[in-house]
Design a protein around this ligand. Structure first.
Ligand code: BDR
Ligand code: CA
Length: 312
């Protein structure tokens, strides 16, 4: 089993990513770190704890990370599609366990140093904690087996016409991680962006099937139903993208997405393109960018994993 760390901002689809990880025997989820994003840090941290407890995995350490961006705030960052409490219409029982004393940065550093195997880091929120890791402990970041980031897009954005939410919420952090990593040894990095996540969707029928697949699957279906309502309202879609679960699925089963090496420039200006990821497939590569996805396999993978879990 390969060790995986998840840095996230739950978040409905972050919740589904956490559950996909704990349901997967190929990997061991060795820690969860939180970041402010979809909702503030108190709520993302509480949600991470409650989601783990729901699946009987309150033993997995959760560490609280940054609430504010790496450098510059540009107004309200929250994402209304996740609701005020971050998990849409559902309320989970409160975990008896709290976050560890270590900060997110400390937990990542300790875990990467102490794991016998190189750790895969999956990031499904704004990249603030990861940028701190790269800036403060580049030698530790260099030891990662792989970094899989849900964020960005070759085409249009979702938070603005130019920018995907996670990159938009902290473009300077994304610049540090994706454009100018500055590590002693480069880390294989895969950017799983909107080009592939908007194709990996559950429609109403998929959600109906998910609801009857098990107790945890049913809760996910309820939360995703709320998310779907947001995508209907804001984007005119009758399907909900599985952004964060797809990034996690790719980390667990490499090859679900097809990625190509690219130079990625993150726009850190303050104009209308702020947070845009400019992807040059012919440039000197800084990362790999997902250009295609095996949609049926990805959906089946996520559904089967969720169906295997029961509420503890
Ligand atoms: C990303 O933004 C967040 O709202 C989701 O959790 C996902 O990580 C999609 O753009
Ligand atoms: Ca997220």
């Amino acid at each position: 089993t390969r060790p995986v760390l998840l840095d996230c901002d739950p978040g409905i689809d972050d919740m589904v990513a956490i559950l996909t990880a704990v349901a997967s025997p190929e990997v061991e989820l060795v820690g969860v770190t939180t970041v402010g994003g979809n909702v503030g840090i108190d709520i993302t941290t509480r949600n991470a704890l409650d989601v783990l407890a729901l699946a009987g995995r309150a033993d997995i350490p959760v560490a609280r990370g940054a609430d504010r961006p790496y450098l510059r705030s540009t107004g309200d960052r929250t994402a209304s599609v996740h609701g005020d409490r971050g998990l849409g219409g559902i309320t989970l029982p409160t975990s008896a366990v709290g976050p560890v004393d270590a900060t997110a940065l400390e937990l990542i550093v300790e875990t990467v140093r102490s794991c016998a195997e190189p750790v895969t880091l999956v990031a499904t929120g704004p990249l603030t904690n990861v940028a701190h890791l790269f800036a403060v402990h580049p030698e530790v970041a260099s030891r990662l087996a792989r970094l899989v980031v849900m964020g960005g897009s070759i085409g249009a954005g979702n938070r603005t016409p130019a920018a995907e939410f996670n990159i938009w919420a902290d473009p300077e952090a994304a610049y540090r991680v994706l454009t100018e990593p500055g590590l002693p040894r480069p880390v294989p990095t895969t950017l799983v962006g909107l080009d592939v996540t908007y194709r990996t969707t559950y429609g109403p029928d998929d959600l109906r099937r998910l609801r009857s697949a098990g107790s945890v699957a049913a809760l996910c279906a309820d939360a995703l139903e709320y998310y779907l309502a947001g995508y209907r309202r804001d984007h005119g879609m009758d399907a909900v993208p599985l952004h964060d679960p797809l990034a996690m699925a790719e980390a667990i089963r490499p090859g679900l997405v097809t990625a190509e090496p690219a130079y990625i420039e993150v726009d850190t200006t303050t104009g209308p393109s702020r947070g845009n990821t400019l992807v040059d497939l012919r440039g000197q590569p800084t990362a790999e960018v997902a250009v295609d996805v095996d949609v049926p396999s990805a959906l089946e993978f996520i559904t089967c994993r969720l169906a295997s879990l029961t509420i503890r």
